[in-house]
Design a protein around this ligand. Sequence first.
Ligand code: GDP
Ligand code: MN
Length: 380
Amino acid sequence: MKLHEYQSKQLFSRYGIPIPKGRVASTAKEAKQIAEELGGKVVIKSQVLVGGRGKAGGIRLAKNPVEAEEIATQILSMEIKGLPVRKVLVDEAANIITEIYLGITNDRAARKPVIMASAAGGVDIEEVAQVSPEKIVKIHIDPLLGLRDYQARDVAASIDLPREHWKAFISITHGLWKVYTECDATLAEINPLVITAENQLIALDGKMIIDDNALFRHPELSDMRDLDAEAPSEIEARKYGLSFIKLDGDIGCMVNGAGLAMTTMDIIKLFGGNPANFLDIGGGANADKVAAAFRIILTDPNVKAVLLNVFGGITRCDEVANGIVAAMQEVKPKVPMVVRLVGTNAEEGREILANAKMITAQTLVDAAQKAVAASKGEIQ
Ligand code: GDP
Ligand code: MN
């Protein structure tokens, strides 16, 4: 679960990380009021759950409350990467001298959390990682020992942080580690962490992702979930216990099992196609779940073809087929659908689908080739 910037920064603040004074507003009038309370220059920041808001024009400075109201009006009517802006954060503006990147995430390959920092903060850290990876320092943290003081100092030294800021930096780093572990986060990131003209270190931006599997023990964090700000397809998927991730391609995938789903995506790419999503309906999926999955896939306007790949072990193929038929009656798909069913009750499943005008395939290769051809309009 992604947290908004203002939520992440509130958490940061509880862990002793300095943040600018400010509050969140859902109307331009409120934004004006907050700007009046803060006095002086403010920054109006769109609260949407995507990065790169700055580049998209969703972060702007305002000289006075009147300007704050104008800018908030504009930002509140924006859409950033398809997400409507419903709230803005009004913060005291900072006089930035240096922008630093500081983040903690899980390094799955190393099976350890990793702390990352860069003196080239502010901009897209993904871009820095691609163009000049040497500008990012990474230090792994032993989960049993936790973050050690010397490691925080190492980070400060590696990014050439001036000595006078080390004490504050080390305290912020410890705070970030603490908020990361105590909230069961998979990401805790400050970008930028700035040195101001007043020589203070402040977290200007904040991003946290909480591990969904740990939310049961953080009711106060689950309450922060902003349903308005999430993609409707992902909300729907969560409701039915489906693992769904939207992608940019045009072949909808419905698969049981995460490994098989990844294989399916790979093989689609191998034959020159592009998956529109990752979707694992899970083991033992019933007709309801399948229907929900189908609805989610087919409401994506990019989807030009659907590939269903089901290996019936615990999941029964006839159940899946019934789900598909039920969903088809509801959604009335206009795109070609390719299906590969093998395993328990596959015969029954195929029989049910035979009447449903689906393209059947014998093997995964056959299925992928047909799905790619269908997505290009070569077969129907
Ligand atoms: P992001 O683009 O979604 O990552 O949003 P950020 O909160 O990181 O803001 C993007 C950029 O806007 C920062 O890197 C800063 O350069 C700039 N910015 C944000 N807040 C302030 C501020 O208070 N004062 C000034 N001068 N610039 C700011
Ligand atoms: Mn940022």
